[in-house]
Ligand binder design. Structure first.
Ligand code: UDP
Length: 334
């Protein structure tokens, strides 16, 4: 059993990781400034430290007060398009913020980290499926900020004995199958919840370009169930706590799905057509991103339990149908 501080534990992936950690018997404390996260997504018996990751003293004191063994660091901005428009904001939030967490860990003597990274570190890949031997060449500031932290980690390992796993997520989607928690970003930007919105009378979906070199012209992505991501985090923690090696791993299913295929799946699952219009390419979007995940299978024994898109969309739909206004905790939300 480890005592784990989950930075960003009130957010989408973080809140699913909190559930998975507790199921595995770990003790959890959440640190979140609630700028994007939701207090109600944190179980009532989990301590919630309401502080920003930039607040080194607050993070350090949470680490010491709760006798934390390991940190899972999810807190970040994640909008690829916004990162192209506001790179400084992204560097400040994702890089400076993560360095603050690492500084607090160093001061508190916490030496185990599971870090949320992204397939956006690869940029436009030289080949697909993508494995970790590819040279990272991000094409957006979001990917650069995650890569900057990944690149700092081995240096901290040498200097300080930090041990880490960085998980390069492909496209997180779905929800806890029991419908208790799910995805609630505002405004929502991600494809599956946007398509559900567009199938249920909300804003129509704009497809960001159909002139990519892919079978139907729309981008290919690898949609990974959020509970499979959460499971990868718990496995990474367990291996590190047992003295296992640091590493950087892809987390995806290896199955590419086009934007049009996602739209068709959402229409079928929801039982109503997704209203869509064709738009232009979104800056910073590579044409195809899908994973080779052999390395994490070998190192952590991880396999996706919900690899098929239909199940992922069904779980996302179950969450959205039962929570049409998400957690309904934002008065500014229309
Ligand atoms: N996408 C789209 N319209 C939208 C949102 C997303 O066509 O309103 C496309 C986007 O260009 C990408 C895929 O859907 O090819 C997944 O995008 P998302 O923002 O969900 O995740 P990302 O790949 O940026 O992490």
């Amino acid at each position: 059993m480890a005592r784990v501080l989950v930075c960003g534990g009130a957010g989408y992936i973080g809140s699913h990781a909190v559930r998975a950690l507790r199921r595995a018997g770990h003790a959890v404390v959440v640190l979140d400034d609630l700028s994007a996260g939701h207090a109600v997504a944190v179980p009532s018996d989990v301590p919630l430290v309401r502080a920003g990751m930039h607040e080194v003293a607050a993070v350090e004191s949470a680490l010491a007060r709760h006798a934390i063994d390991a940190v899972m660091h999810f807190a970040a901005w994640l909008d690829v398009g916004a990162s192209v428009r506001d790179p400084l904001g992204y560097y400040h939030n994702n890089v400076t913020g993560s360095l603050a967490v690492l500084t607090a860990m160093q001061r508190a003597g916490v030496r185990v980290l599971v870090f949320s990274s992204t397939c956006a570190t690869y940029g436009e890949p030289e080949r697909v499926p993508m494995d970790e031997s590819l040279t990272p060449r991000p094409i957006n500031a979001y990917g650069e900020t995650k890569l900057a932290i990944e690149r700092a980690l081995p240096h901290l390992a040498t200097a300080d004995g930090l041990r880490y796993v960085a998980l390069r997520y492909f496209n997180a989607a779905g929800a806890e199958p029991d419908g208790s928690i799910g995805e609630d970003h505002w405004p929502e930007i991600h494809l599956i919840p946007r398509a559900i919105e567009a199938a249920t009378g909300g804003r129509p979906l704009t497809i960001f370009g159909d002139d990519y070199p892919t079978p139907d012209g729309t981008c290919l992505r690898d949609y990974i169930h959020v509970t499979d991501l959460a499971d990868a985090h718990v496995r990474a923690l367990d291996v590190l706590m047992a003295g296992g090696a640091s590493g950087i791993y892809n987390v995806g299913t290896g199955q590419p799905h086009s934007v049009r295929q996602v739209i068709d799946t959402v229409s079928r699952v929801v039982g109503q057509p997704v209203q869509w219009q064709m738009g232009v390419r979104r800056e910073g979007d590579p044409s195809a991103l899908y994973a080779a995940s052999d390395r994490i299978t070998q190192a952590l024994g991880w396999h996706p339990r919900h690899p098929d898109l239909e199940t992922i969309v069904q779980h996302a739909w179950a969450w959205h149908r039962s929570h049409p206004r998400g957690y309904d905790d934002r008065p500014d939300r229309p």
